[in-house]
Write a protein of this length. Structure first.
Length: 324
C-alpha cells in the first residue's frame, strides 16, 4: 500500500504560532499591541505571570473581546502535490478556562454524502477540502455539519516546511512503540525504526509520522494499516514536541519558523482577530492539552472508519462548544 504524505503533527504547533505569535509579530510591529505581545512573550520565557497592559489603546483592543464563548478551528495538512487533507484536527480554544482540546479526525472516516458523485457511500474526510475546490469556508461548513458543531476558523498547511522546522528546533526525542519496517520502491521510501527511545531529526520525524503498516513479511501485530495507531503516535509526538520545545519556540528561531509556516499556510483567520485573541491564548497551558480521537469503528477492510454519532455528540457538547 502506498503511503500518502501527510502529517497531523505540526498543526497544533502551527495553531499556537498562528494565534500566539506569528501574525502579530509580522503585522503589528511597532504598535501598542506589539509592545503588549513582547511583554507577554518575555513573561512566558521567564516563567512569570503575563503582565496586564493598562494603556487605553490596548484596553480598547483587548478588554471587550474575551467575555465570549470558546471557538473551534479546523486544522488540516495536505500533500504538497495533491489536495487531499490527510491530517485533520478540530481544535477548541476555551478563552474562559484557558484550555485547549484537540480532536484528531481520522482521514479515512466515512462522510454522509457522495462527494465524488460515484454513487458509492465510501467517501471519506480527507476528500472534503479537494471536493469543495480548496475553499476553506465551504470545507469548515461541511465538516461542521458532519460533526454537528460550529467551526469558526480553518487552517490548511502543506508539508514543505515540516522537516526544516523540526531541524531548527533541534529534533525531538520520542519512544517508538513497536517495530517500524516498511519499503516502497515506487516512492523510494524506506522506513526502519526499532522500538524504544530515539532522537528524530526532520527527515526521520517525517517518516515516523507517515507510518501505519509494516512490510508483509514482518510479524508485528501492533500496526494494521488503520489510521488509529498512527494517530496515537502523532498525538504522542505532539505532546513530546510541546514538552521539549515550548520555551525554545519563543526563542531566537521564532522569526524563521514563523516565516516557514506562513509560506506554507492558507487560512481564513483575520490578523486583527489574532491580535484580539493573543493575550488569552498565551495564558493557555500547552502542557495540559486534551487530546481526543473522533469515535469510530472499523469496517471489514480495516481502512474505512464509521463515525459513532452518539459518542461524537457527547464529545462535541463537552469539549467543542463554540461560536461561528
Amino acid at each position: 500500500m502506498a503511503i500518502k504524505k501527510f502529517f497531523m503533527t505540526f498543526t497544533i504547533i502551527v495553531f499556537c504560532f498562528l494565534i500566539g505569535a506569528g501574525v502579530v509579530l509580522i503585522q503589528v510591529l511597532n504598535t501598542a499591541e506589539a509592545k503588549a505581545i513582547d511583554d507577554a512573550l518575555d513573561a512566558i520565557e521567564n516563567d512569570i505571570d503575563i503582565p496586564n497592559n493598562s494603556s487605553e489603546a490596548n484596553d480598547s483592543v483587548f478588554t471587550p473581546y474575551f467575555a465570549i464563548e470558546p471557538f473551534n478551528t479546523l486544522l488540516m495538512v495536505k500533500d504538497k502535490v495533491g489536495a487531499n487533507t490527510d491530517a485533520i484536527m478540530l481544535v477548541n480554544m476555551d478563552t474562559i478556562s484557558n484550555k485547549i482540546s484537540v480532536m484528531s479526525i481520522p482521514r479515512d472516516t466515512i462522510v454522509s454524502t457522495d462527494l465524488n458523485k460515484d454513487k458509492l457511500d465510501n467517501d471519506i474526510m480527507n476528500m472534503v477540502y479537494a471536493n469543495h475546490n480548496l475553499d476553506i469556508e465551504r470545507t469548515i461548513e461541511y465538516i461542521g455539519n458532519e460533526l454537528d458543531c460550529n467551526i469558526k476558523y480553518g487552517v490548511v498547511m502543506n508539508l514543505k516546511a515540516f522537516r526544516e522546522i523540526i531541524n531548527q528546533l533541534g529534533g525531538v526525542d520520542f519512544t517508538v512503540p513497536a517495530l517500524m519496517d516498511y519499503d516502497d520502491p515506487y516512492q523510494d521510501l524506506h522506513i526502519f525504526f526499532e522500538p524504544g527511545l530515539q532522537h528524530f531529526n526532520g527527515e526521520e520525524a517525517e517518516k515516523l509520522l507517515r507510518f501505519r503498516r509494516n512490510n508483509d513479511d514482518v510479524t508485528e501485530s501492533y500496526w494494521n494499516g488503520s489510521d488509529l495507531n498512527r494517530i496515537k503516535v502523532q498525538q504522542d509526538f505532539i505532546q513530546e514536541l510541546i514538552k521539549q520545545k515550548t520555551k525554545f519556540i519563543y526563542g531566537a528561531k521564532i522569526n524563521s519558523i514563523i516565516q516557514l509556516i506562513f509560506d506554507n499556510l492558507n487560512t481564513n483567520i483575520p490578523s486583527d482577530e489574532i491580535v484580539k485573541y493573543l493575550p488569552e491564548v498565551l495564558k493557555a497551558d500547552l502542557n495540559n492539552i486534551e487530546f481526543i480521537t473522533l469515535p469510530t469503528h472499523d469496517t471489514i477492510d480495516f481502512i474505512h472508519l464509521v463515525p459513532e454519532r452518539d459518542a461524537i455528540e457527547k464529545i462535541i457538547k463537552s469539549n467543542f462548544k463554540g461560536l461561528k
